[in-house]
Design a protein around this ligand. Sequence first.
Ligand code: SF4
Ligand code: SF4
Length: 513
Amino acid sequence: MKLGEYDKTVLVIGGGPTAWEMSRSLAQDGIPVMVAAPDDAERADMPSGVEWILGAQVTDVIGQVGDFAVWLKAGGKRFERRAGAIILALDANRQPGVLPAGAAFGERIRAMTEAEDVLFGRQGHPSLRRVIVLDRLDGLSTAASHERLLRFAVRVQEECNATVYVLTSQVKVASIGLEILYGRLRDGGGLVVKPDAVQVETGDDAVRIRFRDTVLDEDVVLEADMLVAAEDEAPSPELERLAGVLRIERDKQGFLQADNVLRRPCLTNRRGVLSVGSSAAPSTQWDTEQGVTAATAEIRELYRWIEEEDHPDTILYNRDFCAFCLTCFRVCPHGAIHFTDRPNFLPLACQRCGLCAAACPGEALELVGYEKETFFKTLSSLKPLDVEGSKRIVAIACTKSAGRVLNAAPADAEIRKGLAWVEVQCAGTIRTTSLLRLLARPGLVDGVLVLACHNGNCRSRTGTVVAKNLVESIKLLLRAIGADPGRIGYISTAANDEVELARQITAFRDGLR
Ligand code: SF4
Ligand code: SF4
């Protein structure tokens, strides 16, 4: 794609502080920004040069980085806009935590969002002498929820001149800025305690809380004008719908990358679709700032990559063999296939994992650089060195993990003894025929290994599982025909795990007959 042929506008989805911060950062960098804000409230402080579409819902997206066609619904109309990249910047949904037995929300016991309205809203600060801030006591609070709790406590202290007691089961300083907040709280006379056996009594004029102080090991009673319960941070409900529209993955909690270190701090499985703040994971203010900075840099780098590098086709498609079954569309982990009357492979979106080619039942697809016949020739030419007393093993290794370990190991390292290997973009692309061809060389090859990334660490998400299942199915096949299933093995590894990989390869070698 040549310079000037694409729309550089970044679509930011969200209407709260994170979207505001994201659009400001992009605009400052000279990148055109359009914000689709789900609510229709005008904000006085919108960054200038940014187009805000209020009350907007993104209903459909097709295309690839540099060329997304986005359909929006706003003001009762449905219309199409173009965008070069998309950033999800929806703020978290806050849910009140579970109160101790006997306590119920009311005038004296409030969830934090409600307490913020009461204490810092338009009415001004009510007169308060003491406030208890109660964290969730099951030890599951996050650094993000803890930061919010501390900011709230410090604000109550400083703006309402009230004494604040923070009751928490753990003091988290695992994020930048938390220690400073603790310091401010303590300097202002605030108290942090680790309670056990908490009981709450609500009276007309005060709320009373009894607990065992686990540090002092004594029973304590505190009385306050208000008890404020911390809130859990959940993904915005809109995120689930948008993940479906954009074909991006969510983690177990429903965020876009809380449990995926490979995508931190702002990537998703789809190139050109980013996420920041509480769309990505429960986030402290610092996390959000880091995400915004990283996303701005990522957009700049993506646009440089589009403009300065070549983007040839990545997939060879043979229509004669295509059954139009949609399998490739379904397995592509990167949203790189657009289906019309045939699958269309988007070169800027494709991450060359090869899963589509491996899954295609008609063998209508080939990953450029890993064409079937060329790959078979490479496999046939693999000859493990004869090392006296050692079995000969051929491995097909994922280039992102085992391939790196093997290439970095010295030629005489134990891990390379009697081993020849070929690398693939993803172990999930290995075909049954490749493994059977290797196993059919008993004079030359004693054992065959598939070396993949650890589950959960696979850049193509499902590649590891596909590879493991393939090895299991071949073991079954070997068993069924009376051959030795121990001749084939599967090992998952990481790029920095030479010791464990060497141990497992040695164990496999020692088990060969
Ligand atoms: S998986 Fe293969 S056969 Fe099915 S639609 Fe895709 S290219 Fe065609
Ligand atoms: S190679 Fe991977 S990313 Fe590219 S189209 Fe096929 S499945 Fe999608």
